[in-house]
Design a protein around this ligand. Sequence first.
Ligand SMILES: NC(=O)c1ccc[n+]([C@@H]2O[C@H](COP(=O)([O-])OP(=O)(O)OC[C@H]3O[C@@H](n4cnc5c(N)ncnc54)[C@H](O)[C@@H]3O)[C@@H](O)[C@H]2O)c1
Ligand SMILES: O=CCCC(=O)O
Length: 497
Amino acid sequence: MAPLASSLQDPSLLIEKAYINGEWVSSKSGETFEVRNPATDEVLGSCPESNLDDLNDAIAAAEAAFPLWRAQSGRARARILRKWFDLITASKVDIGAIITAENGKAKPDAEGEAVFTAGFFEWFAEEAPRLYGDVVPHSNPSSRTTILKQPIGVCGLILPWNFPMAMGARKIAAALAAGCTVVAKSDGLTPFSSNTLALLGERAGLPKGVLNIVTSLKNTPKLGLAMCESDVIKKISFTGSTRVGKLLMKQSASTLKKLSLELGGNAPFIVFDDADIKTAVQSALIAKFKVTGQTCVCANRIYVQEGIYDEFAKQFVEGVKGFRVGPGSDPNVTHGPLTTSVAKVEEHIQDAVSKKAKVLLGGNRLPNIGNNFFELTVLGDVDDTMVVSSEETFGPLAAITKFKTEDEVIKRANSVEVGLASYLMTTDLNRYHRVTERLEFGMVAVNTGVIADHGAPFGGVKHSGFGREGSKYGCDDYLVYKTIVTGGIDTKYTSLL
Ligand SMILES: NC(=O)c1ccc[n+]([C@@H]2O[C@H](COP(=O)([O-])OP(=O)(O)OC[C@H]3O[C@@H](n4cnc5c(N)ncnc54)[C@H](O)[C@@H]3O)[C@@H](O)[C@H]2O)c1
Ligand SMILES: O=CCCC(=O)O
């Protein structure tokens, strides 16, 4: 038994297999890949290196399961999703331990992710019976137009490593509630969380073939291409970088696939002189350093108006000093390692410092703890020529920059290609209206550092992609609308058409 499994209350939650047609399977080639703990570099276990044959089996299973799953009532699907919620909630501690082991995030964040994950099953259990269509008046009074919302079919879901369970849940719960079946590809760095999720789905009563998971590290691009080119898969939903999102869109052209792309961000965090400084500092600490800066909604550019700049920077640095970096499994640790590499954080710091940014805190690797650890870092006097202002760091680097006017900061905030999350700190109601409406981002958080919630549509604009996850709109991405027109031509009215 893998050592991680033996540390769990329920060791069966850790599965080193792929999940196809209700069976836990090895890859046809027999190949596997190792999964490592980013805090220690220890091998946690291994998973099958799924290949195209395995993917085709998964697609065939999802195709075969689709007619029966879609034919169930929304209420029947809801009961399974609701039970899934209960099972995830009951396994919160074990799930947290698995997420921390493979992703690195600190225990409270990992257990928080378990709760966040469960919430999507609860939410979509409530949506499943309520996917109403419409009846629309027709211009011919003897006709009627009915709009049916129907499941699109088999969905291919490509999942990231930063929320290895919750990002999968946000897609899987919505797709299954809508009546679709799923082939998911978990991230090669974090396959165990997805497997645990599938196992709990199986225990909740999910019929075989409704959810399938292929696991892969090196075959990922091949599997991604095959998913895009498959005529059976009718929709792809992807969370990850803008680069890969654009590639998937190109690859999906030949099958004209419906796509949801949750891509990169570069969130501005704007603090006006009139902000409540305590709220602004607390919100910035959360928005910047959640999961050690590795969420797509993390504040990347902190713009502070000149009158409040020095005080904000001082209080922000004091706040950061209250955090503790270390292995996520240590209960005293608030921030774990980076899941991938510290190189980009270091490059952004070096570039900024070479252009006269000031290091207010941190700035160094922490090799005494491990290769993937980096100090929570605060830079002041950042300007727009620095790489950190135009590129998402996806790491623990807070880049603080000064601004003078509202017009100036809106222009600078909107100057990037991407448009996912943004933050606004102000107590001026008129300013709130003006600025929220002018920011070119899919989401604006006002006087808070937390955006995501099950009921809040999550997604971006511009190069951050399209589609909305969670919320009452979340099933739409997995539905197609069918128009049914009934009635004959009523000659009395044809002259009015
Ligand atoms: N908008 C969102 O909801 C959201 C959420 C999390 C992360 N992100 C973004 O993801 C990025 C960080 O993650 P990353 O650098 O690991 O992203 P990435 O795009 O390299 O990887 C994301 C996922 O895609 C897979 N992948 C990579 N190449 C692929 C290919 N050719 N075909 C199919 N799948 C492929 C990876 O294995 C991984 O599972 C950041 O830009 C971040 O903002 C966005
Ligand atoms: O990384 C993307 C998701 C972030 C979140 O939902 O808080």
